[in-house]
Ligand binder design. Structure first.
Ligand code: UD1
Ligand code: CA
Length: 463
């Protein structure tokens, strides 16, 4: 049996006070909608449809290929939204309804919901809360079975006191769901087509309704305001930190790490405070990340150390390498085994050989460096002529003295030594010293102007 997922995302989200649609705000590096779509993908949904309305153009533009969008022309309620999305779906498939602004239902919860829908007429996701204000209340019959959902504005005082609430997420066989939503009316306090009325109708017809609960309350928390967004971000970050620690990673302070994407880390990795991980980051066993580093789409192999305040983007760091403090590695930076990049070094699109070093104050771009080479302080690869980029190739065991400029395209041979201060504009041969430097002269008998004529100092009153 197939699975359809319908994501309701046509609402306005006024309390966000945003110019754009609410489902496109960012939580942990992804839009709310993308979180929901990622979860649908995890379930192996055959078809995913997003119901759009407010801000439809922006939402449609953000929907990835393989996901359909359906326009709900007028926001006439959740029942109407689902009705809009059911056209052409196989009646025997199960349909799971998710909300675009409820980003974090976990896989196990959704699987339990779908499973329960297959064993019953219908399944709903509910939670017990301290304060049920604003939510639909779950009404159970004397036998304890769910009999209906009452929206707050339609509830009696007795029903308002109920603390089991409707999260809005539900699952049902597509054929019966379509029949029920087509028969809804708007005979209620809000004059809307309530999806929740389907529950009463199924119960009245003698169908069984399963109520499934999530493991964590935060899984079903919706985002209606920036304050709720920030609170959910903290909760989610705390959960991600907890999971990392469970998998064997040490965090100096689990409240001071930000994961805005996926972070995979092997055991005995140590992460100091204030680090931000974006996109897809992988850390090998025993890696140490110093305080206040930013790593984006980067892989760090086992036993490597990233010292504090380093920023790495699109970098691949080999085993036992050392980076930073204050290093900036841009896209295409690759460090082979035990290579070392020190403070105030910028690297881009550069392959640094095993055990090679760039320890201080350098820019190295579009470069290939063989193993065991040493790039001195202040070396600059001049890879750009204002129009095109050129490559620099440095062999193994090369020694580039401090403050050299290598004007690309250029090749430095194996074992070559380039004297400090050289501006190299042509290739340097292997195993030889190449140096280009104006020799410093000492001028005998020279006297500082101030010493030559002490009376002329501007600060002194003239006589
Ligand atoms: C709904 C439920 C309520 C539940 C609550 C949980 C109904 C009638 N009520 O209430 O029982 O406790 O969610 O948060 O279903 N949407 C559309 N089109 C519409 C209306 C809504 O796409 O015409 C979307 C919204 O963008 C949102 C979701 O459906 O993602 C829920 O809508 P919302 O207005 O927040 O529902 P509530 O009235 O809060
Ligand atoms: Ca809501």
């Amino acid at each position: 049996m197939g699975l359809n997922v319908i994501v309701l995302a046509a609402g306005e989200g006024r309390r966000m006070r945003s110019r754009g649609p609410k489902v496109l705000v960012d939580l942990a590096g992804r839009t709310l909608l993308q979180h929901v779509l990622d979860r649908a993908a995890l379930l192996g949904a055959d078809r995913v449809r997003v119901v759009v309305g407010h801000g439809a153009d922006a939402v449609c533009a953000a929907v990835p290929e393989g996901v359909d969008t359906v326009l709900q022309p007028e926001q006439r309620g959740t029942g109407d939204a689902v009705a809009c999305a059911l056209g052409g779906l196989n009646a025997n498939d199960t349909t799971l309804v998710l909300y675009g602004d409820v980003p974090l239902p976990q896989r196990a919860t959704l699987e339990a919901l779908v499973e329960a829908a297959r064993r019953n007429e219908l399944s709903i996701l509910t939670v017990e809360v301290d304060d049920p204000t604003g939510y639909g209340r779950i009404v159970r019959g004397e036998n304890g079975h769910v009999s209906r959902i009452v929206e707050e504005r339609d509830a009696s005082p007795g029903q308002r006191a109920l603390t089991e609430i409707n999260t809005g997420l539900l699952a049902m066989r597509t054929g019966p769901l379509a029949r029920h939503v087509a028969a809804l009316d708007r005979d209620n306090a809000q004059g809307e087509y309530y999806l929740t009325d389907v529950i009463g109708r199924v119960s009245d017809a003698g169908g069984t309704i399963a109520a499934v609960q999530p493991d964590h309350e935060w899984e079903v928390r919706g985002v209606n305001s920036r304050a709720q967004l920030a609170a959910l971000e903290r909760t989610w970050q705390a959960w991600l930190a907890y999971e990392l620690m469970t998998s064997g990673v040490s965090l100096r302070d689990p409240a001071r790490i930000e994961i805005r994407g996926t972070l995979q880390a092997e055991p005995d990795t140590m992460i100091d405070v204030g680090c931000v991980f974006e996109g897809d980051v992988r850390l090998g066993a025993g890696v140490r990340i110093g305080a206040h580093c930013v790593l984006r789409d980067t892989t760090v192999a086992e036993e490597a150390v990233i010292e504090s305040h380093s920023v790495l983007e699109g970098a691949v760091i080999g085993p036992a390498c050392s980076v930073g403090p204050f290093a900036r590695l841009r896209r295409g930076s690759r460090l082979r085994d035990a290579a070392k990049v020190g403070n105030f070094v910028e690297m881009k699109n550069t392959d640094l050989g095993a055990a090679s070093k760039i320890n201080h104050l350098s820019y190295v771009g579009d470069t290939e460096v063989g193993p065991k080479s040493n790039i001195g302080a202040g070396v600059i690869t001049c890879n750009y002529d204002g129009h095109r980029k050129y490559r620099t190739v440095i062999g193994e065991r090369a020694f580039i003295g401090s403050d050299c400029q290598l004007v690309a395209p250029i090749t430095v041979g194996d074992g070559a030594t380039i004297g400090a201060g050289t501006t190299l504009t042509g290739d340097a041969p292997a195993e030889r010293l190449t140096v280009g430097r104006a020799r410093a002269q000492t001028i005998e008998g020279w006297i500082r102007p101030a010493d030559r004529d002490p009376g002329s100092d501007d600060d002194e009153p003239s006589t």
